[in-house]
Design a protein around this ligand. Structure first.
Ligand code: 5GP
Length: 193
């Protein structure tokens, strides 16, 4: 039995959370990513039920009213995002450890809602976030501006999380994330490594 039921990965948009999580899941197969629900538009490369459950605003609200969310937020874009309790149940029932990718407010709420959850903040300089979001080009320049403004506030919150990982070089950050998660999942076995 692992010592943490969930690993919560947070940080500003463009910090590389998604890329780092994909690499982490490849390395540690006992982990599984919860698929969040959102009201934002699907990007061309995304698939319903894989990156997100894409819901209309009415259906999202109905599910909020029904208490189906562990946590949910309205993001700077005005779009809603939330973690469905059913996702955690599914993964935990399979004997696996949940990995949640959340913005900072949701990450703090998830930490309160899931006892023993371990929170990891992925940090990158704002100039680098700007470069990555501009290069990714999945948002308009106004939306990128909003995400960067939010990033300034989120970076100030880094100290509220259990661990901070600097994503300056992707392979270094991926190694560090794996090391930290290994330690969280099996503290006694990896304490001195
Ligand atoms: P994006 O639109 O770039 O996919 O996501 C925007 C932000 O929402 C990212 O910081 C992402 O981590 C966060 N996010 C994704 N799913 C959830 C969720 O279920 N809950 C919360 N609180 N944030 C989420």
């Amino acid at each position: 039995m692992s010592s943490a039921p969930a690993i919560v990965v947070t940080g500003p948009s463009g910090a590389g959370k998604g890329t780092l999580i994909s690499e982490l899941l490849r390395r540690l197969p006992q982990l599984e990513h919860t698929v969040s629900a959102t009201t934002r538009e699907r990007r061309p490369a995304e698939k319903d039920g894989r990156e997100y459950w894409f819901l209309g605003p009415e259906e999202f609200e109905l599910r909020v009213q029904a208490g189906e969310f562990l946590e949910h937020v309205t993001y700077v874009s005005g779009k809603r995002y939330g973690t469905l309790r059913s996702e955690l149940d599914r993964i935990m029932r399979a004997g696996r450890v949940c990995v949640l990718e959340l913005e900072t407010e949701g990450a703090l709420n998830a930490k309160r809602a899931v006892p023993g959850a371990y929170t990891i903040f992925i940090r990158a300089p704002v100039a680098e976030l700007d470069r990555r979001l501009t290069e990714r080009a999945t948002e308009t320049s106004t939306e990128i501006g909003d995400r960067l403004e939010l990033a300034h506030r989120q970076l100030e919150q880094a100290g509220a999380f259990d661990c901070v990982i600097e994503n300056d070089k992707l392979d270094h950050a991926a190694d560090e994330l794996e090391r930290v998660v290994q330690q969280v999942l099996a503290p006694a076995a990896t304490m001195d490594s």
